[in-house]
Ligand binder design. Structure first.
Ligand code: UDP
Length: 338
């Protein structure tokens, strides 16, 4: 690791990489880069390189992990062994488990989880090259991968960090500022301006903390613009695709049916319809008894013997929360008992 620089900000107010204190690193991203994932995004931010992939929503197995009223989001942040200066040990660590947990929570306010009860959405964020700010870069990429997968969301999530060097707050820390600075405050902000992740390492005063939030909001606004632009470009490109004359009719029928199903989806937001749906759900409770009986078969379907399922759950840190949540939620236990 390089040594601590004497000064982080020069007399012209420029940082070691030539940025102003409130300037983010150059960012570019592309969506739909993986053909086998439902949604994906490759993002470069300064020297950070991140690949995010989304699978789902799909039915969650084993069934006992299912949430009756919402989709389960699983988020796995992983740093490739070759992504940093000193090779890191592959596999989950305390750091990656913590980052996965807080990043998953950063998406909870935006994903319309109630639309897919019993299902799971898997988000994978792979850090291919790290240069400070990887958790925020991964959230930006994951947000785009979720949008690319067509997951219904209230809006995108953008993330950035603010830190403190030479007694001044700086936006989007570089490696030296991250390693040797006085504070590091990563944040994720929804497009509605709600903070969905905030962490802090180091010391800042109350005033500085408030200013850091404002700086970060401005940084996230800029990132949101890049995200929106990327989405727009993809759809503009789709518009430009020429359709052979003999296929035009098929395409209009497809567009028609997509729009109709989208309208039906919107109708679900209507309270009355939701209430009706709830009533239906209640009537399905009777089926729950059968479901529990079916569980044995379901476990078979999962290709994992019941006694091994626990091992699988323990082996994957993203499952740990689920276990805890189940403990906190006695209703789930009741279902199991039935
Ligand atoms: N880093 C590293 N080895 C590690 C963890 C982190 O070299 O095991 C580097 C990496 O460049 C990372 C930076 O230190 O981006 C800052 O790490 P931090 O834990 O603050 O998370 P981040 O800022 O990447 O979200």
């Amino acid at each position: 690791m390089s040594d601590k620089p004497e000064k982080f900000i020069d007399e012209n107010g420029l940082r070691l990489d030539g940025r102003r204190i409130d300037e983010i690193r150059p960012m570019k991203m592309e969506i739909g880069v993986l053909s086998r994932a439902d949604g994906s995004c490759y993002l470069e931010w300064g020297k950070n390189k991140i690949l995010a992939a989304v699978y789902g929503p799909r039915e969650l197995h084993p069934r006992r992990l299912q949430k009756a009223d919402s989709v389960l989001i699983r988020y796995r942040y992983n740093m490739a062994a070759f992504s940093v200066e000193d090779r890191i040990r592959p596999g989950p660590s305390r750091r990656s488990t913590e980052i996965s947990k807080v990043s998953r929570e950063a998406f909870e306010p935006v994903v319309l989880t109630h639309l897919y009860p019993g299902a799971v959405i898997d988000v994978f964020a792979e850090v291919l090259q790290a240069d400070a700010g990887t958790r925020t870069a991964a959230i930006n990429a994951a947000s785009m991968a979720l949008a690319d997968a067509g997951i219904p969301m209230k809006g995108l999530v953008s993330a950035c960090a603010v830190g403190k060097v030479d007694g001044q707050l700086v936006l989007d820390l570089n490696k030296a500022e991250d390693n040797f600075g006085d504070a590091d405050i990563p944040m994720a902000i929804t497009s509605e301006g709600e903070i969905s992740l905030i962490q802090m390492d180091g010391d800042v005063t109350q005033e500085e903390f408030k200013k850091a939030i404002e700086m970060c909001k401005e940084g996230c606004r800029q990132i949101l613009e890049i995200q929106k632009e990327t989405l727009k470009n993809k759809f503009t490109k789709l518009d430009e695709v020429e359709i052979p004359e003999d296929e035009e009719e098929d395409v209009s029928a497809l567009v028609e049916s997509t729009l109709t199903s989208a309208d039906e989806g919107e109708a679900c937001e209507d309270e009355e319809v939701v209430e009706e749906a709830d009533a239906e759900d209640d009537s399905e409770d009777v089926d729950d008894v059968e479901d529990v009986e079916d569980d044995e078969e379901a476990e078979d379907e999962d290709d994992v013997p019941e006694e091994k399922a626990d091992e699988v759950v323990e082996a994957d840190p993203s499952f740990e929360d689920v276990e805890e949540e189940e403990d906190e939620n006695p209703e789930d236990d009741e279902e199991e008992t039935v």
